[in-house]
Write a protein that binds this ligand. Sequence first.
Ligand SMILES: [Zn+2]
Ligand SMILES: [Zn+2]
Length: 319
Amino acid sequence: MFKNYIKITIIAVLVLTIIFEICHIVKMNIKPQEVTDEVVEATVVPEENNIPVVSGSTPDPQTETKTGQKIIVIDPGHGKPSSLMSDDEKHTYGWVQNTSGAWGEWRHYKKGSSVVNCEGSGCNGRVTPNGACWYPIGNGDRNTEPDINLQNALATKKHLEAMGYTVRLTRTSNDENPSITKRLSYCHPDNDASKAPDAEVFVCIHANASGGSGRGTAYITAEDPYDQAWIGAGYASQSNELGKLCNDYIADMTSLSLHGNGAIAWEPELIAFCKSPVPCGYLEVGFFDNSADLNILKTETDKIGEAIAKGVDQFCKTH
Ligand SMILES: [Zn+2]
Ligand SMILES: [Zn+2]
């Protein structure tokens, strides 16, 4: 009888221990789950509010505008690879889905518009060779280039601000990848493309690649016809003037040579040209896949920024 009592006690203790352990394990499983949810929420919420948050990490582009200062939009090309972006992120950064569900953006607005995408018709129809009005998001993915562009853009911003300009950057980190349409919205008050643009110019900063054989700095030329809203008759020639000014200063002030005669004439259908409401300078600063150029890009960033700023300043003072 006494032995049975001990047995029952031992079994009871074991059962209680097992129950306690189960409770503990359940608790442990619940806790990390709660933490995970909080983390997910913390990252998802800012992404959904991208515009204020992006401007929250830097001053709001609109509020930092000082009275009387001319506004320059500087666009560091590319950014976070599309494969690393969630659908929410793509949506927030201005990418859209076509009828097949693929992510990308439309190359044009309908003729005369600054808000209605062409969706394949009602535009100037200017497309890449063998291309289409649709631009798939993955076409903009790059590895080395985003940070080079960002550093050159930050240097340009510094020098333009010292010259008395207000500068809006279309991205401020390599963790962002706005669509070109979204980047161009910085030319307008409150990123509202239905309002008349308040920026003087839009400057795209890129670096080139050619499989190692190319060298030097270049700008891409615009070529009529363009038919988006807000642009004047001189849009293409002014865009080329702006690109040439910046590029010539880069060749003068840094160790980068001119690439050919400095002008790349075979990409007038770039989305930036097709949708910008203001003159658009499109720079391909050096070749990042050429070791000599890459070394210059990494060591002469400040001079590159100063050169671009001088080009922009000269353009603004003569228009
Ligand atoms: Zn189109
Ligand atoms: Zn590029």
